[in-house]
Design a protein around this ligand. Structure first.
Ligand code: ATP
Length: 323
């Protein structure tokens, strides 16, 4: 009788848990018909982003995953990543508002970022970031990333294209969606070739580069340390205004990063402290990379040139690199 009772209790427990899980997911389920889609803001590897409206201005990322509906496991991955997304509330992270979770309409709805991405500032507009401005931006990125990591969430795709600047405030987007978006990447890869999206490689830590295989992007060994490596590349872009290994073919970058060869910093006009941060983030051994709280305190301790505004006023970026 005792045994029967415990089985019965276990059944109830798991049934209750499932109910609770699906109820809490429902809270975030946005019926596709409730969304208004306006113009396309941009298209990435895995989805098209629209300016939209849902109780106000939003950004809607419609995923290009037509085959997803056929695969329960993949839909579960999507739901799992949505569940991760909804746990985030931080001023340096884009606000997740909900998701359309009924295939074939899979979409992520977030607040609409008003500024430009760091990528646009650095690589398209060629805006110059002084060391002071770079430090302010890097501190905010570290704050947002430190929060994500403290909640057990990996970004997996930290890059300047996923970091907005809104009136001097950093807003990080696209976190935690890598697995589901990479599903279509692996579906798209032809034969045994390895599809490398442009600008992706230089964010990959040596352990990721060494694990690159055709169709294996879902199983890459992402970790907090690989996010820190990617942050190092963002730091480099802020300071140098270009990508590391600029102009080199993917094969050369893969070989160098995989072997632990770092881009030369000889021409980088920055203090020793600033270069040290870069070298630490880009450490070959993942265990030697600092974590984000440590990075934040290092950045806070960097000697700064006198800032134009008094410390009692919020520090904004100058017009050249501000949005
Ligand atoms: P990839 O897909 O390779 O990561 P990407 O980051 O450019 O490239 P998306 O994340 O799909 O691709 O974004 C496409 C475009 O939509 C980009 O120009 C991006 O700046 C813009 N975008 C994404 N999210 C938002 C948002 N919340 N608010 C405003 N614009 C956004």
């Amino acid at each position: 009788l005792k045994c029967w009772k415990s089985v019965w209790l276990e059944c109830w427990k798991s049934l209750w848990l499932e109910c609770w899980k699906s109820l809490s997911m429902k809270e975030w389920d946005i019926p596709y018909d409730e969304l208004k889609l306006f113009e396309v803001i941009g298209a990435g590897r895995f989805g098209t982003v629209y300016r939209g409206s849902w109780h106000g201005a939003v950004a809607v990322k419609l995923l290009h995953v037509h085959s997803l509906s056929d695969h329960c496991a993949q839909l579960d991955t999507f739901k799992h990543e949505v569940a991760t997304f909804r746990k985030t509330r931080h001023e340096n992270l884009v606000l997740f508002m909900g998701a359309c979770m009924k295939p074939p309409r899979l979409a992520i709805v977030t607040s609409l970022c008003k500024g430009m991405t760091l990528y646009t500032h650095i690589h398209l507009r060629k805006d110059k970031f002084t060391a002071n401005k770079s430090v302010i931006v890097a501190q905010q990125i570290s704050q947002g990333m430190g929060y994500l990591h403290a909640r057990g969430i990996l970004h997996k795709d930290l890059k300047t294209k996923n970091i907005f600047l809104e009136n001097g405030k950093v807003v990080i987007t696209d976190f935690g969606l890598f697995s589901v978006t990479k599903l279509c990447f692996s579906n798209n890869a032809r034969g045994d070739s390895l599809g490398i999206p442009p600008g992706w490689l230089c964010y990959l830590a040596p352990e990721l580069v060494r694990a690159l295989r055709p169709h294996a992007s879902l199983h890459l060994p992402f970790s907090k340390c690989t996010d820190v490596y990617a942050f190092g590349t963002v730091w480099y872009e802020l300071l140098c205004g270009e990508y590391p290994f600029k102009g080199q073919p993917p094969e050369a970058i893969i070989w160098q990063v995989g072997k632990g060869v770092k881009p030369s910093l000889a021409n980088m006009q920055a203090s020793r402290d600033i270069k040290d941060i870069l070298m630490l983030c880009w450490s070959y051994r993942s265990s030697e990379r600092p974590d984000f709280p440590h990075l934040l305190s290092t950045l806070e301790k960097l000697p700064r040139k006198r800032l134009a505004r008094s410390p009692s006023h919020p520090v904004h970026l100058s017009r050249s690199a501000d949005s």
